[in-house]
Design a protein around this ligand. Structure first.
Ligand SMILES: Cc1ncc(COP(=O)(O)O)c(C=O)c1O
Length: 393
């Protein structure tokens, strides 16, 4: 039998320390490895498989589109792309759409857009304020935007034009706003940085400041959008509307896609100023349209809210039982537990041994980001495994 990890170390760049499992099949919230072992998947492709693995609606859309039209140049109109744009606009506060291939690329485009806005409306202002602990992607500019030293240090010097300030602190944003500032970019709730939930009034205060200064607010909803927090978009829960929103991850339930959405008031791109060869191709857009339509038609965001509350309650029970659990946080189905010691690696391995996939968020924290379509039964199953492995600490 082929030794896949050996093949990986021989042929693949070592950019990630992989979990020692080779996954070959998925269905719903379950995946199977090459030995036929089944796992309950609470990682979901890193908050991506919103409808679970190989959902029939997504598989059908992909299969039909694969037999019809996969890729043409963006010089031509294509139907799935426009259907996706329409449904996104109809269900959000934004007016126009650009489609890319990933989250980082969507954020890059958003920053290009606010720089164009700065040139047109703000005397050439180009600086973007972002938050420490944020994560906006792996391109050089997004590394500069992401306020995390571990991602920035290896790549100095970074592109200019980004200022990182403390998250959840509007005064910090105010203190670095100058006549060079054109926008603020924030995650409504920080995912990669630690599942950090801001105060309820933070985004409102930032929105107010941006309005006062005439600068733009970009919300990076790449992880929080498409139902993950219990509303279709997280901004709905915080009572603000962004000028620009970026999406990716859960939108395609597994196909690579990123989206920039913008209000008409900030929609300053003209032909030739931005583009992508693959972005918005018919194959990917057919899957994303099918995913989003299913999520909307079946009110999945509401079910995420209910299951998320149930899951939070069950994690709180574990916290009451095990004194070394110091925190339970998150919203909807983006949740984390924190420990008073660095046991996340051991817990991840122990969960794996018991058939549960989880994410090691930090040395002392685990994250859960299951498919949006799970029910309380799957939560109970995960909690039973967690209880078993936590009992060994
Ligand atoms: C909030 C946020 N923005 C951007 C990204 C980057 O997305 P991608 O990996 O698709 O480039 C991520 C990925 O984790 C993310 O969580």
């Amino acid at each position: 039998m082929t030794n896949w990890p050996e093949l990986e170390s021989k042929y693949f760049m070592h950019t990630v320390n992989r979990v020692p499992v080779t996954l070959v099949k998925g269905e719903g919230a379950r995946v199977w490895d090459d030995n036929g072992r089944e796992y309950l998947d609470f990682v979901a492709g890193w908050a991506v498989n919103s409808l679970g693995h190989c959902h029939p609606v997504v598989a059908k859309a992909l299969a039909e589109q694969a037999h019809t039209l996969i890729q043409v140049s963006n010089q031509f109109y294509t139907i799935p792309q426009l259907q996706l744009a329409e449904i996104l606009v109809q269900h959000s506060c934004l007016d126009k759409v650009f489609i890319s291939n990933s989250g980082a690329e969507a954020n890059e485009g958003a920053v290009k857009l606010v720089r164009r806005y700065g040139k047109h409306h703000l005397n050439g202002a180009y600086e973007v304020i972002s938050a420490t602990g944020s994560f906006h992607g792996r391109t050089l500019s997004m590394v500069a935007a992401s306020g995390q030293a571990k991602h920035q240090e290896p790549y100095q010097p970074l592109p200019a034009g980004f200022v990182n300030v403390e998250y959840n602190n509007v005064e910090a944003i105010k203190s670095v706003t100058t006549n060079k500032t054109c926008a603020v970019i924030l995650e409504p709730l920080q995912g990669e940085g630690g599942v950090n939930v801001p105060d309820d009034n933070y985004l409102k205060a930032v929105r107010k400041w941006c309005d006062e200064k005439g600068i733009l607010l970009i919300l990076d909803e790449i992880q929080t959008g498409i139902g993950r927090l219990g509303t279709l978009f997280a901004y709905e829960q915080y009572g603000v509307e962004p000028d620009i929103m970026t999406l990716a991850k859960g939108l395609g339930s597994g196909v690579p896609i990123g989206v920039i959405m913008v209000k008409d008031s900030a929609n300053v791109f003209v032909p030739g100023e931005h583009g992508s060869t693959f972005g918005g191709n018919p194959l990917v857009c057919a899957a994303a349209y099918a995913t989003l339509k299913y999520i909307i038609d079946n009110n999945i965001a509401d079910s995420v809210k209910k299951v998320g509350q149930y899951f939070t309650g069950r994690l709180e029970e574990l916290k009451n039982k095990y004194s070394f659990i110091t925190g339970v946080r998150g919203r909807g189905l983006l949740l984390a537990i924190e420990f008073d010691r660095e046991i996340a690696d051991d817990m991840l391995k122990a969960c794996l041994g018991n058939g549960l996939l989880v994410n090691r968020l930090k040395p002392n924290a685990l994250r859960f980001m299951p498919p949006l379509v799970i029910g309380n039964d799957e939560v109970d199953e995960a909690i039973n495994i967690l209880d078993k492995v936590l009992a060994t600490v």
